[in-house]
Design a protein. Structure first.
Ligand SMILES: Cc1ncc(COP(=O)(O)O)c(C=O)c1O
Length: 364
């Protein structure tokens, strides 16, 4: 479905944050070059460093901190104009770290950033990782599912070359919380990073052959032992709806995001804050004569009023230093009319706020 080999290993997790942590744990263990599980990072001959764009999800930094690497081991690479990782800057950072005696071990690519839905050039990242001997981990929390849409699949091309891929099914697969997933290309690397079998969990062949024999357990592939039956809802949903229908619904959300972009570009009171390649759209209410600081306050208040009046539930975020409204369409029941209402009401609230609080700045 996602182009990963059938021999890959995978475990369902509470979400993409846990999936990112597992993926990076396997990367760290595989690339350390010594027995990291026994000796820990204090035995590392070189500082292990990894790379991701400035727009990577915060769960990556949290994972890096939990893995004991320290957040300064995560090199935040600048963005290009499309909010993707800048490849030249990445290459330069890797070379600089090598010159300084560090051990670059991993690049984290984004298949859909939280803010703008930007997808890094995953083919180029796979090439760099191949050339440099680095692990490629892709955070595809929601964007990875673009692979189910024939007309959009090219956007995540290269994802299938990753060493590990983290995803959520509670985002763009419309399933109830919680369900994420980590896939690891080489199952043996995955297992080596986690497998630990104390006597009370030994799972060899029993006298009657009823114990599952030497089949690995999920605890061999993550830090979790007891676990809920997350697979049931994933299996049932896929059986009931099928991958084609999921692809159609995802396509519908992408088309709705494009419609929203058109409506924003047609409205003089609004401006698009970033390209919107998938389903995340960032925009801002504007008014001639109002400076950026005041517009930030107005946009934040538009978010609050849209929510408190029960109209819509956008969030807000910061793009290029400015507060913008942030809409991510991941609901199979969303309709274009909902987006019409959002636009109309964002403008109405924006106009009312500027008239009430900044009357001297009204255009003549
Ligand atoms: C790109 C991305 N990565 C990771 C996460 C974390 O996922 P979760 O909330 O399922 O842990 C999110 C969103 O929450 C996300 O948008």
């Amino acid at each position: 479905m996602l182009g990963f080999p059938a021999s890959a290993s995978g475990v369902l997790t509470s979400g993409c944050s846990a999936a990112n942590l597992i993926g990076l744990a396997v990367a760290r263990h595989t690339k350390a070059g010594y027995d990291l599980r026994r000796q820990g990072l204090r035995a590392a001959p070189h500082k292990m460093v990894l790379y991701a764009s400035l727009e990577i999800h915060a769960s990556i930094q949290k994972a890096v901190e939990l893995l004991g690497l320290g957040s300064d081991a995560l090199r935040y690479v600048p963005l290009n104009d499309d909010f993707q990782i800048d490849l030249e800057a990445l290459q330069a950072a890797i070379s600089r770290d090598r010159r300084d005696g560090h051990l670059p071990f991993c690049v984290v690519g984004a298949a859909g950033t939280t803010n703008t839905g930007a997808i890094d050039d995953l083919q180029a990242l796979a090439d760099i990782c191949q050339r440099e001997g680095l692990w490629l981990h892709v955070d595809g929390a929601f964007g990875a599912w673009a692979a189910l849409v024939p007309g959009e699949r090219h956007r995540v091309s290269g994802m299938e070359r990753a060493d590990s891929l983290a995803l959520d099914l509670h985002k763009w697969m419309y399933m109830p919380y919680e369900i994420g997933c980590i896939l690891v290309r080489h199952a043996d690397e995955h297992r080596k990073a986690f497998s630990l079998t104390p006597a009370y969990l030994a799972h060899g062949e029993g006298e009657l052959g009823l114990t599952g024999g030497d089949l690995p357990w999920f605890s061999d592939y993550s830090f979790q032992l007891s676990r809920g039956f997350r697979a049931l809802k994933a299996w049932m949903s896929l059986k009931e709806h099928g991958a084609l229908k999921y692809g159609r619904l995802i396509q519908q959300n992408i088309e709705q995001a494009r419609y929203l972009v058109e409506r924003i570009e047609a409205a003089p009171e609004l401006e698009l804050a970033a390209p919107a390649p998938l389903n995340a759209v960032c925009f801002r209410y504007t008014r001639p004569g109002l400076d950026d600081a005041r517009l930030d306050k107005v946009n934040k208040q538009i978010e609050v009023e849209l929510q408190e009046e029960g109209i819509a539930v956008p969030s807000s975020t910061t793009i290029a230093g400015r507060c913008v409204l942030h809409v991510t369409i991941t609901n199979h029941r969303s309709r274009r009319e909902d987006l019409d209402v959002l636009i109309q009401e964002a403008i109405r609230i924006g106009n009312a706020l500027t008239e009430a609080y900044f009357p001297q700045e009204q255009p003549a």
